[in-house]
Design a protein around this ligand. Structure first.
Ligand SMILES: [Zn+2]
Length: 247
């Protein structure tokens, strides 16, 4: 199945938190999108890999992605080495996306930065024909290099290169995040919640997601935006995609 856009996250919920709005906008414009989770998030304090799996499937349904696959690398202990690069190259060649969204190259959680480096390397190496891989059917895969790898911002602030207006889909993005009921605040009071509170399970964390998208939205004169980083320059055919506003 060829995808236009593939979002990759090391933990199920990274994509929802950081680029669900961008993904939703792409899907709304008719693009075919998918998600690959590298790990099952099995080291998370709250929930289990089974509950995370169910929550990820529900979030995928809410966003309308065509496929969601989990590569089952080891949460916390996967490496950016040949074995893991080959596993990711096989997935990139399988879906042949023109654009990849993925983890940022450095962040508070070391998994995020290591995953960002792994995705970055796999995107390049996937375009080398002498790296031979086979698909699930055992048939050799042709080389494939995505045109762009955009990194989404996570905990640490990085000055973005691109801001995407996600105002029309912000409610749907928050619904996709709330699908992870074991991870995030969904309106329950603490007394209803038997699991230990974490950095991400509080109402404050939910507010911080909205605060950042408001802050980034203000930079381009819209209500909510997501920021993306790219080392490769973006070319436009003309200036018509630019949002005109009084700033
Ligand atoms: Zn994460």
């Amino acid at each position: 199945m060829k995808l236009d856009i593939l979002a990759i996250g090391v933990h199920p919920d990274d994509v929802e938190l950081c680029c669900a709005g961008t993904l939703l906008k792409e899907i709304r414009s008719g693009k075919k999108a998918g998600i690959i989770d590298l790990t099952q998030g099995e080291l998370g304090t709250r929930g289990t890999s089974e509950t995370r799996h169910r929550e990820a499937a529900e979030a995928a349904r809410i966003m309308g992605v065509s496929v969601r696959e989990n590569l089952k690398m080891r949460d916390g202990f996967f490496r950016n080495d040949e074995e893991h690069q080959i596993r990711l190259i096989r997935a990139i060649r399988k879906y042949q996306p023109d654009i990849i969204l993925g983890n940022v190259l450095a962040d508070r959680h070391p998994d995020h930065g290591r995953a960002g480096q792994l995705i970055n390397d796999a995107c390049f190496l996937s375009g080398l024909s002498k790296i031979e891989t086979t698909g699930d059917d055992g048939i050799p895969q042709p080389k494939w290099r995505p045109s762009y790898f955009f990194q989404y911002m996570q905990d640490w602030y990085h000055e973005p290169n691109v801001l995407i207006d996600i105002t029309p889909v912000i409610d749907l993005k928050m619904k996709a995040i709330e699908a992870y009921a074991t991870q995030f605040y969904t309106g329950k009071t603490n007394t209803d919640d038997p699991e230990p509170q974490t950095y991400i399970s509080t109402p404050d964390f939910r507010e911080s997601i909205l605060a950042r998208s408001r802050m980034l939205g203000k930079r381009i004169g819209v209500k909510h935006a997501e920021g993306l980083l790219t080392t490769k320059l973006i070319g436009l055919e003309n200036l018509s995609p630019v949002i005109l506003n009084e700033t």
